[in-house]
Design a protein around this ligand. Structure first.
Ligand code: SAM
Length: 342
């Protein structure tokens, strides 16, 4: 067996390992290795962020989507879902709720829908003017450069656009014809050029994924150095073409969070909803494996069920999160939680 302590020492010191070492850590199920990895990663997270977690108030603005991603519950061809888009007043009320809860980042997420997104630009400008101390993060998929630019000028600061998988062959098996990894990465470069802090990430255990794909994901993240990294297990959604595939593995997801924390100590890494959906203690274990962000839901209760990306999706209630954080000696940061290079 590879001397895992030497590997971990080297990863911690150089923020990198040769492919064989990384692959070993990604796939190693030995509890002793996993615990050592998690322990190093959480001390790294504590060195950079202390015992404070950044909260992001998540508002799922619309489940109308032009895309037909084969894994996603809000895909265009899923006729079993009631569709909704929050109107201006509701979205402003959600922003107010996030701000009043003391949270200084609002995340507006929705299906990919360029024409509806256009009507959102003005509302983003209004939110930015009304709550200038609150960061605005968008997650609206692939949009034309002009629209990204309009959002940036309206006052948005960050953009989440997971790359989903760094292998173009694998990407093609998860997405409909016409959607390419190349365009996804081009969007990310455009967003960065516009001055957005960008978030990338992949689903762990998505159908057809190989260990080599995960290594490619790590290398892509390492070369792009996104400010935010969102990874979570794939979870099947029964109304999608990939609904009968097994869910991704929680332990592998946790190991990847830890490896990424050691590779990129300052990255903003959430303990994702998908992780909390698959394991009752997923959020807590995500934090103890090096994550430092949580995204409680501020989506209005009547439409939450309709934002069904995958089956049994959990909703991150603020009070539950606070109790859970206190139980592991963590608190909530009052700051906006921007990315800072140490
Ligand atoms: N439309 C935007 C986009 O494409 O980035 C944001 C919404 S999209 C639904 C948000 C993320 O949900 C995706 O990037 C994907 O990783 C995740 N997701 C979708 N379906 C999933 C599933 N079945 N299991 C786990 N994650 C899923």
């Amino acid at each position: 067996m590879i001397q895992y302590r030497q590997l971990l020492d080297r990863l911690q010191e150089h923020r990198d390992l040769p492919d064989a070492g990384l692959s070993f850590l990604v796939s190693c199920t030995d509890p002793a290795v996993q615990e050592d990895l998690a322990e190093r990663s959480r001390s790294e997270a504590r060195r950079v962020f202390g015992r404070e977690v950044y909260l992001r108030g998540l508002v799922e603005w619309s489940n109308v989507c032009c895309c037909d991603c084969l894994y996603c519950g809000i895909r265009a061809s899923n006729a079993s879902l009631p569709r909704y888009t929050l109107d201006r007043e509701t979205l402003l009320r959600c922003a107010e709720n996030v701000y009043s809860a003391g949270i200084r980042t609002l995340v507006i997420q929705g299906g990919e829908n360029p024409s509806a997104a256009r009507s959102l630009v003005e509302i983003v400008a209004e939110i930015s003017g009304s709550w200038p101390l609150m960061a605005i993060t968008l997650s609206l998929g692939e949009l034309p450069f002009s629209l990204y630019k309009a959002f940036r000028e309206a006052g948005a600061h960050r953009y989440l656009l997971r790359h989903e998988t760094a292998s173009s062959g694998h990407y093609a098996r998860l997405h409909p014809a016409g959607k390419t990894l190349e365009r996804r990465l081009e969007c990310l470069r455009e967003l960065r050029r516009l001055g957005f802090q960008v978030g990338m990430g992949m689903m762990v255990g998505s159908p057809f994924q190989t260990e080599e794909n995960l290594l490619e994901d790590l290398r892509l993240l390492q070369s792009f150095q996104p400010e935010m990294i969102g990874i979570g297990p794939f979870i099947p959604q029964s109304d999608t073409p990939l609904g009968s595939y097994p869910a991704g593995d929680v332990e592998t997801t946790l190991r990847l969070i830890s490896i990424l924390r050691l590779m990129m100590p300052e990255a903003l890494i959430p303990a994702t909803t998908a992780l909390a959906t698959l394991a009752p203690d997923g959020r807590r274990r995500g934090l103890l494996s090096g994550a430092n962000v949580i995204m409680p839901s501020f989506t209005p209760a009547p439409v939450r069920e309709a934002y069904r990306l995958y089956d049994n999706k959990s909703h991150e209630e603020l009070d539950t999160i606070k109790t859970e954080l206190a139980s592991i000696g963590y608190g909530i940061s009052p700051s906006r939680g921007d990315y800072h290079k140490c």
